[in-house]
Design a protein around this ligand. Structure first.
Ligand code: NDP
Ligand code: A1CAB
Length: 280
């Protein structure tokens, strides 16, 4: 029998996890959601066949309790969990998806010894293509970390990092899908501005992003066997001498795209640190 997973917060990332797990074949009967907005809870129940419960029931029944509320709501949600867990012999592993909040701050609000794993996921989880970055807290051993990896491995890839690197992981893979969506949106708008019908521009760009992602993740696609594809080599393969791509890349470099991205990732990293200081 599969373990019971309770998710606190049925928002964007909570649904990406729940929906991704159901799509990956998990029994919806093993999934609980605690959602503050009743209409949203009903929507999730209807859409994914999962069960909406209150926080006390989730804390009592879940083997794994996933915290998927906004960073500012984490202290309040953990206090509610803690009240229930105080009277429970069996305690779940707590997986926190909240940006910025250190495991030490989560542990401090829970009964002593509750294992905590900090995870930075991303929304491609909904379609089984998440990047989940994991760091164990003080009371999480190999068994809890392996269980978290097994759970999240069903909806994408997992990687372990030292907790000190979580804010940077948040800036790259947590927020990263939004950078790609912005790029896609801007490309579509440019195509429309130059005369393509929007549906055609959208199909061209989305297929291009998907295809480029396929090259980036297919070993040997840059002509080198046995090594991870290098983005620079893949870009060179598109760039004919004196051609259209060189003209476009020259324009992007002149407009400072690389520096803009570096500043954006730094801003996201700094914001993650600040969220931890504010709510941790
Ligand atoms: N969205 C993303 O791509 C990612 C998000 N995260 C992290 O996941 C967390 C959630 O983000 P996201 O899903 O985008 O946020 P959302 O606001 O979409 O979802 C949070 C949901 O939780 C509800 N909620 C608030 N407090 C409680 C509570 N005590 N019990 C039950 N439900 C509650 C909120 O209701 P209400 O609206 O009424 O407050 C809301 O519906 C954040 O900590 C974020 O840092 C991590 C990686 C990626
Ligand atoms: O924007 C945020 O704060 C969250 C964390 C990473 C992605 N979304």
């Amino acid at each position: 029998m599969s373990s019971t997973v309770g998710v606190l917060g049925g928002g964007k990332i909570g649904e990406a996890l729940l929906g991704g797990l159901v799509s990956a074949g998990r029994d919806p009967g093993s999934l609980l959601v605690v959602e503050a907005v009743a209409a949203r809870a009903a929507e999730l129940t209807e859409r994914h066949g999962i069960t909406a419960v209150d926080v006390a029931e989730a804390a009592r029944r879940a083997d794994v309790l996933v915290v998927a509320v906004k960073p500012g709501d984490v202290p309040g949600a953990l206090d509610e969990v803690s009240q229930t867990l105080g009277g429970c012999a069996d305690r779940p592993t707590v997986i926190s998806l909240a940006a910025g909040i250190p495991t030490s701050a989560i542990e401090a609000r829970l009964p002593a010894g509750v294992p905590v794993v900090r995870v930075m996921p991303n929304t491609p989880m909904l379609v089984g293509r998440a990047m989940c970055v994991l760091s164990p807290g003080a009371a999480a051993g190999d068994a809890e970390l392996a269980a978290a990896e097994e759970l999240l491995g069903a909806v994408g890839r997992t990687v372990r990092v030292a907790e000190a690197q979580q804010d940077l992981a948040t800036a790259l893979s947590g927020s990263g899908p939004a950078y790609v969506f912005l790029l896609a949106e801007a490309m579509i708008d440019a195509g429309v501005a130059l005369g393509l019908p929007r549906p055609v521009a959208t199909e061209l760009v989305t297929a291009t992003v998907e295809g480029a992602g396929g090259l980036l993740t297919t070993p040997g696609s840059d002509g080198r066997e046995g090594a991870a594809p290098h983005p620079g080599l893949l870009r060179e393969a598109v760039t004919s001498p004196g051609g259209t791509t060189a003209a476009a890349l020259g324009s992007l470099e002149a407009d400072g795209l690389r520096a803009a991205l570096a500043r954006a990732v730094t801003a996201a990293r700094d914001r993650s640190v600040a969220l931890g200081e504010q709510y941790g």
